[in-house]
Design a protein around this ligand. Structure first.
Ligand code: SAM
Length: 310
């Protein structure tokens, strides 16, 4: 294209006005959405910010790759903790020294497992803890990776659901964990009921409600299957984020959601629309299915947005 210099690999990015670039860069960084493998660059009066994940309004542009640090092992960052893929204490030491924001480097000794969806970790370097604080779109979450599930990878998805909400909705989060959906959606909701079976998750959820000065989230220590017994008035929106097992709780979700309300069902699938027939056993309402992110080769997290029809 005339006047546009070719600088390397094509990548998704946000195009933002120059004067907003620093603030937008900081917010993307906090949300784990700024892809630091590429250099942000100017284009006319705008700045192009490379992204790690789908963000509304993203466009494709060419970027120059930041030279890799070959001495640093592969890892994922959660707050002040780096989670490595290899059990490599020497690499962990280098990683810890490379970023002042890190306090601990962990290696997962088990996959995400059990009803509580937790992992056991070995501490490879730094402070021996699995607890840290994560910042996501201006909200703060205290997490303890060995006691309660947390993943920053759904941060964009939480913002999508928030954008789809009307002010003043009544929301039920059936598998709330430490509260990232519940606390995010509380920004627009009248009330969020946030349930989880794991006492440690509910404990952290209470801390996160306090930390974010939220006064409209009700934490509930309960099995999602029992929620219909507790006499809640029907909700406008129900979040079902338990990808391996949520589909079997659909009848309970439907019983708790008003006609015309929306259920967001997260599921792990190997075929598009894998859960449609199961959904059709519960409702004939409108269903939209989207892929959220890749889980492993041939498997992905999908979300079904289901509008209930009585
Ligand atoms: N929504 C949270 C998030 O995005 O971080 C947590 C999602 S995690 C994949 C699923 C959560 O469901 C875990 O915290 C687990 O303890 C909880 N859980 C599992 N079975 C449950 C059940 N039958 N009733 C309520 N919570 C349950």
């Amino acid at each position: 294209m005339a006047g546009v210099e070719s600088v390397g690999e094509e990548h998704w990015c946000l195009v933002v006005p120059k004067q907003e670039a620093e603030e937008r860069r900081r917010r993307l960084l906090e949300a784990g959405l700024l892809d630091r493998r590429y250099r942000p660059r100017q284009e006319g009066d705008t700045v192009l910010l490379p992204l790690t994940d789908g963000v509304p309004g993203a466009v494709l542009r060419e970027f120059e790759a930041v030279p890799e640090r070959p001495d640093l092992p592969r890892h994922e960052i959660v707050g002040g903790i780096a989670i490595m893929q290899e059990n490599d204490p020497a690499g962990a030491g280098r990683l810890l020294a490379s970023r002042p924001s890190l306090h601990t480097v962990l290696f997962p000794e088990t996959p995400v497992e059990g009803e509580y969806r937790t992992r056991r970790f070995a501490v490879l370097a730094g402070v021996p803890t699995t607890r840290t604080r994560v910042t996501e779109y201006g909200l703060r979450f205290d997490v303890d990776l060995s006691h309660a599930y947390f993943s920053a990878r759904l941060s964009t998805e939480r913002q999508r659901v928030l954008a789809a909400m009307e002010e003043g909705e009544r929301v039920l989060d059936m598998f709330a964990g430490v509260g990232p959906f519940a606390v995010t959606l509380a920004r627009k909701a009248d009330l969020v009921v946030a349930a989880d079976l794991n006492p440690a998750a509910v404990h952290l959820l209470v801390e996160n409600i306090t930390l974010n000065r939220v006064n409209n989230v009700v934490p509930v220590l309960a099995d999602a299957g029992h929620l219909p017994r507790y006499g809640f008035r029907p909700f406008d929106r129900v979040i079902m984020n338990l990808p391996l097992a949520a589909p079997r709780f659909l009848p309970e979700a439907a019983a708790l959601c008003r006609d015309g309300g929306t259920i967001h069902l997260y599921a792990l699938e190997e075929q598009d629309w894998e859960y449609l027939s199961l959904i059709r056993e519960v409702t004939w309402g409108e269903v939209i299915e989207r892929r959220v992110r890749t889980y492993s080769p041939g498997k992905w997290h999908a979300v079904y947005d289901i509008t209930l029809e009585g």
